[in-house]
Design a protein around this ligand. Sequence first.
Ligand SMILES: N=CN[C@@H](CCC(=O)O)C(=O)O
Ligand SMILES: [Mn+2]
Ligand SMILES: [Mn+2]
Length: 319
Amino acid sequence: MLQLADMNLWSGRTDTEDGKAGERWHQRITPLQLDSEPGLAILGFVSDEGVRRNKGRIGAAKGPRILRLAMANLPATFDAPLYDAGNVKVEKEDLESGQSLLGARVSELLNGGHFPLVLGGGHEIAYGSFQGIARWMRELHREKTLGVINFDAHLDLRIPAPKGSSGTPFYQIAEQCEINGRPFNYLCVGAADNANTPALYNRADELGVKVIRDRDITSWQLESVKEQIREFIDGVDFVYLTVDLDVFPAAVMPAVSAPAGRGLSLELFEPLLDTVLDSNKVCLADMAEFNPYFDIEDHAARTAARIGFQIANGATANR
Ligand SMILES: N=CN[C@@H](CCC(=O)O)C(=O)O
Ligand SMILES: [Mn+2]
Ligand SMILES: [Mn+2]
């Protein structure tokens, strides 16, 4: 089901004495219209179903609402128009229809020249985002290639058993690529050995997945990690960026189904995220797994909002 933008969520502090330079997202954002000029479009994916099927801790369906509240007060530091495109809501445990609807909505946004910033929902969001990008590329960029960059403690390459979940999206994407004779280019940054079984690493090998483990991301290896990311991006025309918030240490990101034992620190993540965004190849970004029930005084919501802020600024910088 499609839900219209709830503009009541966008409220916060106003500093009228500072004029335009004092504006925040809640003052800039407008509901997306059919004929809106290209801009940054925030779209929610209201879904608990993927995490439920993956035997996780339910609550990510509240993510889009709480993340909007957390982002409302961000400074409006970019010139591009900012829109709320409403939500896609998964109904009656019918995840497949929800993902397909998300795909349809995403391809509309991309066709309209927008940069979609999609807020989950569990990581089953990725299979919906991908469907939208694939449709847009089929219609407008047939000869181009796509790379998926996933910041995540998990590979999410589980085999649907029998149905998809928050643990299966990149396997499902690989299957779609195979069916359509397209290359499967997938880079997972931040995978934790204590959170992925050998079966999952073996599958990553079989599928030619590039994995950068969390333990190999340190301040003294940062340049090498950036180089590996750049090399991956050099091999594709467009990038689909997905951030599973459980890639961060549990102390800064407790608000997820499966908090990390180690995690990638924000100090290391932020320059890596800039490396991805600076490529100017990112066509869509999403954030997954935010579960406000496990937040502590909105600390994790603020962290997620900061990441949204960095993505929004980076994605609009050269548009
Ligand atoms: N989105 C993916 N989630 C993890 C969950 C792991 C866990 O529940 O411990 C996965 O399937 O690997
Ligand atoms: Mn994860
Ligand atoms: Mn994930």
